[in-house]
Design a protein around this ligand. Sequence first.
Ligand code: C5P
Length: 284
Amino acid sequence: MTGSVVHCLAPAKLNLFLHITGRRADGYHLLQTAFQLIDRCDSLDIARRDDAIIRRTNEVAGVPEQDDLIVRAARLLQKHTGSQSGADLTLHKLLPMGGGLGGGSSDAASTLIALNHLWQCGLTRQQLMDLGLQLGADVPFFLFGRNAFAEGVGEQLQEISSADCWYVVIEPGVQVPTPAIFSAKELTRNTKRVKITDFSSAVKKNWKNDLQTVACSLYPQVNEAVTWLKKFGDARMTGSGACVFCDFFDEDSANEVLRQIPGHWKAWKAKALKQHPMTHLVQM
Ligand code: C5P
């Protein structure tokens, strides 16, 4: 029944800064952010089926099959292209949910890339990005494939070069629901827009995440992690939380911080990636 199999990586992202600059009529927020890919990944095995059945082959704690973005991504591509093929999707989850690392969005993007290839749909990168936006605001970035300065709701992307550094990431042990952070009354939504040309290391120290104040007040565990990691550098939250990160020049410095991490947190290091590990499968 099944044909070719693709082993897929779905990397995490960090938001190096995240500014909320306004709100659209539909409630979605206008933002500016810098997306950085890192080498901490979920992985998927995706097998093409000759019938049109799409199914997830394994249980994923907390995510029913029908709600899973990988299943929704496969169905969306099948509907959009009229493909007669199906897929068996096996998801190996490493990235935490409600962590601000874009795990679910990245899983969906890798599914679209793999099935566009396996089903020979022939969609271009831009067509995949347009489709991906229907699944979530972060999905187009993972299809774009490079580190990016993003505007709009996150779908207007321009490539940026990134530092060749290491990150220490703390998982504070809570799942932060993104809608609750974005809809909080106290959220400031009027940060002055910056230009991509402002985006130099000279202003790096002013980078902030506008969602962090709200997340820290609703989830003291996030605040505790930021406060602790700030001892070592310019620590901040990624996305709508809960994860907190800090950059380091080399791997040894990251290891030194990891040695000191209090036992109640899960923490790890990751290296900055220059590009998405599956980007070669996407045609312009
Ligand atoms: O697009 P995604 O499913 O990742 O967004 C989750 C929720 O986060 C949305 O339902 C919305 O409440 C909020 N959001 C927003 N503005 C954005 C991105 C997300 O208000 N640019």
